[in-house]
Design a protein around this ligand. Structure first.
Ligand SMILES: C[S@@+](CC[C@H](N)C(=O)[O-])C[C@H]1O[C@@H](n2cnc3c(N)ncnc32)[C@H](O)[C@@H]1O
Length: 308
């Protein structure tokens, strides 16, 4: 075991010890059993995700982008408002809040107990809460079986961290995921798992951060400056184009990411998994560092594909 992993292990044990007394984990790594009997480390622990600059603005844009993509595919509101959807990597629920207002129901999954616990507090008073179910789940080739057999999975809430709930359905008309793909460690398990939960003709729609398109990023900034801010030159983001894994090798952590995707690479990825009617585009910018004029803003990428 390397020194780094032993540090993480030590921190996990410390957290497990304290688990009964703390709902949120501040500053600790956090291990969990996500229903697949896999112990993983929750590197999202200790991050106050909802306090990050721009998070609600980004969530708004993410929701709009998904709706834009559906409309573009010829699906109108009268149709999609009756859909039960799957949200993959719901995080702290910033975009989920919009989805429960738009769709008939949302089943949200994430691999981070910290994020799910934050979501449960953030949305508990929401008027559309009755449309939402959520649990910890790692998509894999066994996801289909687990959903088909209605296997109960952990859905922690403040007063019952060990609460288990069963999936109400095993197939969805739409599965969406916002700003998650660049954090995925095992892409084949993730995408095959997601596609296995789609109905025939069901849609998979993802949004991603367009870091790879630095020229476009520059153009957006230029445009932005021209209109709103003549005096400040925005700083260029320091994005490592080959990706930036965590020291333990994982991309599944705040401020860590895979090599950035592009419109072309997203399209190729979806087509490579057998999806049809694949369409990827760049649309607007994402204020992931906050809305201020001097903050760099990457473009928003959207990709959709249909299961046949
Ligand atoms: C940048 S956050 C985005 C959260 C939310 N979608 C939003 O836009 O506010 C990335 C999320 O992906 C989740 N994640 C990472 N790997 C995952 C996986 N294999 N399956 C589901 N969620 C995953 C993380 O736990 C985290 O909550």
């Amino acid at each position: 075991m390397s020194q780094d992993s032993s540090k993480i292990e030590a921190s996990v044990h410390q957290h497990q010890h304290q688990h009964k007394h703390h709902f949120h984990s501040h500053g600790h790594s956090h291990s969990h059993d996500n229903g697949n009997n896999q112990e993983e480390i929750d590197l999202w622990a200790g991050k106050d995700y909802l306090d990050m600059p721009g998070v609600f603005e980004v969530a708004h844009i993410s929701h709009d982008s998904i709706i834009h993509s559906l409309k573009n595919a010829g699906i109108n509101k009268d149709e999609y408002k009756n859909w039960d959807i799957l949200e993959i990597g719901c995080g702290a629920g910033a975009v989920t809040k919009h989805f429960i207002n738009t769709f008939k129901s949302v089943h949200a999954i994430d691999t981070s107990p910290t994020m799910i616990a934050t979501l449960s507090e953030y949305l508990k008073e929401d008027p559309n809460m009755d449309k939402l179910t959520y649990f910890l789940h790692t998509l894999s080739s066994s996801s289909n079986k687990q959903f088909e057999e209605r296997q109960a999975q952990k859905s922690p809430i403040k007063d019952d961290l060990d609460r288990m709930i069963k999936p109400k359905q095993s197939k969805f008309k739409l599965a969406i995921s916002n700003l998650v793909l660049h954090h995925i460690d095992n892409i084949p398990e993730f995408l095959n798992g997601a596609i296995s939960l789609l109905e025939k003709d069901g849609w998979l729609v993802f949004t991603e951060i367009g870091w790879g398109e630095n020229e476009n990023l520059h153009q957006h900034q230029h445009h932005h400056d021209h209109n709103h801010n003549h005096n400040q030159v925005p700083s260029k983001p320091s994005i490592e184009t080959e990706g930036k894994p965590h020291e333990g090798g994982s991309f599944n952590a705040p401020d860590h990411y895979r090599k950035p995707y592009t419109v072309e690479s997203l399209k190729e990825l979806f087509e490579g998994y057998g999806l049809k009617d694949v369409y990827a585009e760049e649309r607007g910018v994402l204020p992931v560092f906050g809305v201020d004029n001097d903050k760099p803003k990457p473009s928003c990428l959207i990709v959709r594909g249909r299961k046949v």
